[in-house]
Design a protein around this ligand. Structure first.
Ligand SMILES: Nc1ncnc2c1ncn2[C@@H]1O[C@H](COP(=O)(O)OP(=O)(O)OP(=O)(O)O)[C@@H](O)[C@H]1O
Length: 284
């Protein structure tokens, strides 16, 4: 039995056939340790979401295996071993904020009282203790995203799968939620697989940054990030700003960007270049 939170071995995912055949992932190996924060980054279409969907058992590999805490991804889904948060918060508009957070617990058959208590605790954790009775459309995008994170944490998962959860947010809200996420992870010791297009976000949050390349989707390089996050991981904004200005942070940033540029020099064409170019601009 694997001791990893996630263990992806020799995974290939091919969509379509004939001229429409797309090799979204090719020979991908990735192990994530319990409590580890791993980001997936790379140009558009390199297979980040596909990889996350395979781990979440929302899709199945063409070949290879995906294990979550030593069981198949399917068993892990049935056991609710992980929480998911995607770019669209995906809240049910007719349910209150608390009822949205309670949903996974209701599905799991948990009693009303325990559900309510857990929702209150989680909404406090994400700083929305006073929004429990409101409805999603009364909240800002950042607040909705925090509700989605609270919901993802509802069943106390040891693994969080997050696909660009802060992608649609303004920079200030995004930075705020980043440190909130660090704090939550430090508290819950959950492992995280986090898809992002932002190099600074990946470096700020991660123990390792997985740089992917497209056509076919492969892991190009895994960049270890050994930042001492100190007070930033307990949720201090000022400490997080200090961290972003530090030499070890900018060195890690340069290394991830270098890896992404190496991909561009490889001469990719099409969709991927849009994001590749954007990332290149950001690096200058
Ligand atoms: N259901 C599907 N059917 C056919 N092709 C698909 C399907 N899902 C993904 N693909 C293709 O697989 C490749 C990888 O897609 P994926 O969404 O995983 O990339 P990504 O790195 O997450 O992209 P982005 O950064 O734009 O979100 C793309 O070429 C995409 O068009």
């Amino acid at each position: 039995m694997s001791a990893h939170a996630v263990d992806v071995r020799g995974v290939t995912r091919v969509f379509g056939s004939g001229p429409r055949r797309v090799v979204a992932l090719d020979g991908v190996d990735l192990a994530v340790a319990p409590g580890e924060f791993v980001s997936l980054i790379g140009p558009s279409g390199c297979g980040k979401s596909t990889l996350l969907r395979l781990v979440a058992d929302l899709d199945a590999p063409t070949s290879g295996t995906v294990e979550v805490f030593g069981t198949s991804a399917h068993q892990a889904r049935l056991a609710r071993s992980y929480g998911i948060a995607f770019q669209q918060a995906g809240l049910l508009p007719w349910r209150t904020v608390a009822a949205n957070v309670e949903l996974p617990l209701a599905v799991a058959g948990e009693g009303r009282r325990a559900r309510r208590a857990r929702a209150t605790e989680l909404l406090d954790l994400v700083g929305l203790g006073d929004a429990a009775a409101r409805h999603p459309d009364e909240l800002s995008g950042g607040m909705q995203q925090r509700v989605a994170i609270a919901r993802a944490l509802a069943s106390a998962p040891s693994l969080l799968l997050m696909d660009e959860p802060f992608g649609a947010l303004d920079e200030m809200t995004r930075e705020h939620l980043q440190i909130e996420l660090l704090r939550i992870c430090a508290e819950t010791r959950a492992a995280v697989v986090f898809v992002t297009h932002s190099v600074p976000e990946a470096v700020f949050l991660s123990d390792r940054v997985v740089v992917m390349s497209p056509r076919p989707g492969r892991i190009r390089e895994v960049v270890p990030v050994s930042l001492d996050r100190g007070r930033a991981s307990t949720g201090e904004l000022a400490a997080a700003d200090d961290l972003r200005a530090r030499a070890d942070f900018t060195a890690a940033l340069a290394r991830v960007r270098g890896s992404l540029h190496a991909h561009e020099q490889g001469g990719a064409v099409g969709r991927g270049d849009v994001h590749g170019a954007a990332l290149g601009m950001e690096a200058r």
